[in-house]
Ligand binder design. Structure first.
Ligand code: AMP
Ligand code: MG
Length: 509
């Protein structure tokens, strides 16, 4: 059954009250064994449904489980137990550059593509359904195929938090815990996240066929993505060049989003770059607390290659690797390079737009670039909290003589002079704006989140969940669904307590 022809069917209860899932199509299998292999998931022992996202479920027309019996049915189905959802699961093959080096063949080492569901809206696109942490595959290399509860909670919560922030991302439908022990730095337990995405294709999929010596298969990979996600490219004389142009634009927008919300991905290898410009593969990520441009939470990244401020340049590097992979399908190498070189101006424009909105300007005027930089420099010198500072800035009166609100001043205690100089300049700039203080504050609060998934918040939920109490995961999910509203519990919006250890996460989790 092709996805396009699959009529949406509401999930109805089966004879014993268990959910009957909408039928899954698996068109990726039609590309053949060079693209993916059939692999069955390894079922989780003692599966327990930790949490599910009502918003993600709605995308595919599901409602969350309504009672303990349905929760158990979800835990079994999304814990990889045999059933209609796992009947046609496949591991896809991709490659990638890791930390700047060619890593060769990688592939889904602990994830499986179950198939795809139609969007809940008639005429909407389809959603690929993927289990992550589903056990060994032929692409597991040295890995065990498992994902631990700790990192699965992080991925589950952050996927949904990013979506609520408006950042392009893969989604997380639900999270299942288990009793299976897994060895990492310590013994932990295995979990599975069910992810949804229009596509899980990465830059690395193209690199596999191009650098891996199977260039004759590259056109099929390109055609697959164009047909389903970027049909406008097919009309152009060089579809692969158009696909590259599209990926460059979407990646530029994505990175501007990341920088604006203070998100550090942590492992921007080309196998972790979505061709659709989505945030994918939440591993050693973090949101900035105190602003340090060269911060990375990834302890494996000793050189800071993937530090916060380097993300735009790394995205550009990764796009060059993608362009290189597509060269066999592009007439002139120079044209591919020209397209990649549009990344920087596109990113700068997108970022300036976002920064303008973050400080309450309606448009970007000449000279604003320096205004933005001066603020960022002062924030770095003061180690101001990224999220709080923009929220507090909304409370600053435009009147030149009005005193600084104390909560704002508190973010600039180390070097108040640099901030005072910036405030003068900012207030002069605000004279060109027509909005009142209240209107500006309202606009700023709509783009500057009050709550992001800070490391210490995730840690609190993880510690409780490791003790079998999932209530904090579920509570945080609810808070993160409305990141622009002041949270009910004020502590959710606060920087970490002084004694709270900073995020220090390794790649392997
Ligand atoms: P990552 O950088 O974590 O996204 O993973 C890079 C590659 O390693 C991908 O091919 C993953 O499927 C694979 N991988 C990561 N962790 C594991 C694991 N525990 N078992 C098997 N493969 C893994
Ligand atoms: Mg990955």
């Amino acid at each position: 059954m092709s996805a396009a022809s699959a009529l949406y069917q509401s999930p109805v209860s089966g004879p014993r009250g268990e959910p009957a899932w909408p039928p899954l199509a698996q068109p990726f299998a039609d590309l053949g064994a060079e693209f993916s292999l059939p692999v069955a998931p390894s079922p989780l022992p003692d599966p327990a449904l930790v949490a599910w996202s009502e918003d993600a479920a709605g995308l595919v027309g599901l409602t969350g489980p309504r009672n303990a019996r349905e929760e158990q049915a979800w835990a079994l189905a999304f814990g990889g137990h045999p059933g209609p959802l796992t009947a046609a699961s496949r591991a896809t093959v991709y490659a990638g550059h890791q930390f700047g080096n060619w890593a060769g063949r990688l592939g889904d080492g602990r994830a499986l593509l179950l198939g795809e569901w139609p969007d809940a809206e008639v005429g909407g696109s389809t959603w690929e359904v993927q289990l992550k942490g589903s056990g060994p595959t032929p692409f597991s290399r040295m890995g065990d195929g498992w994902a631990v509860l700790r990192s699965s909670i992080r991925e589950f919560l952050c996927s949904e938090a990013m979506a609520a922030l408006g950042v392009p991302t893969t989604r997380a439908l639900c999270l299942v815990a288990s009793s299976r022990p897994v060895r990492r730095e310590r013994i932990e337990t295995a979990a599975m996240v069910t992810r949804l995405s229009p596509s899980f294709i990465r830059f690395g999929h193209f690199e596999h066929f191009s650098y891996g010596g199977r260039t004759e298969l590259l056109p099929r990979m390109v055609q697959w993505v164009i047909e389903r996600h970027a049909p406008h490219c097919a009309q152009e004389p060089q579809p692969a060049l158009e696909l590259l142009r599209w990926a460059v634009a979407r990646t530029a927008e994505l990175i501007a989003h990341w920088q604006a919300v203070g998100f550090i991905h942590g492992v921007m290898n080309t196998d972790n770059m979505s061709i659709l410009g989505l945030t994918i593969d939440y591993g050693p990520f973090a949101f900035l607390d105190a602003y340090d441009p060269l911060h990375t939470p990834n302890t494996t990244d000793s050189g800071g290659r993937y530090a916060f401020a380097r993300q735009p340049a790394v995205a550009h590097w990764n796009l060059l690797a993608l362009a290189q992979a597509l060269l066999p399908l592009i007439d002139r190498p120079e044209s591919a390079l020209e397209v990649v070189e549009t990344f920087r101006p596109h990113y700068v424009r997108a970022m300036q737009r976002r920064l303008a909105a973050k400080i309450g300007l309606e448009r970007v005027e000449p000279g604003d670039g320096e205004l933005f930089q001066q603020l960022l420099d002062s924030m770095a010198a003061n180690r101001s909290d990224w999220t709080r500072t923009f929220r507090e800035l909304a409370e600053l009166p435009a009147a030149p003589t009005a005193p600084l609100p104390p909560a704002l001043a508190a973010q600039f205690q180390e070097q108040p002079e640099s901030f005072a100089a910036w405030v003068d300049r900012y207030r002069a700039r605000l004279l060109e704006e027509r909005r009142s203080d209240a209107e500006r504050a309202q606009a700023m609060d709509a783009v500057n989140p009050a709550v992001v998934l800070r490391h210490h918040l995730a840690q609190q939920a993880i510690l409780r969940a490791e003790d079998g109490d999932y209530s904090e995961v579920r509570r945080l999910l609810e808070v993160l669904r409305r990141p622009y509203a002041a949270p009910e519990r004020a502590a959710d919006a606060l920087p970490p307590p002084q004694d709270s250890p900073p995020a220090a996460l390794s790649c392997s989790s």
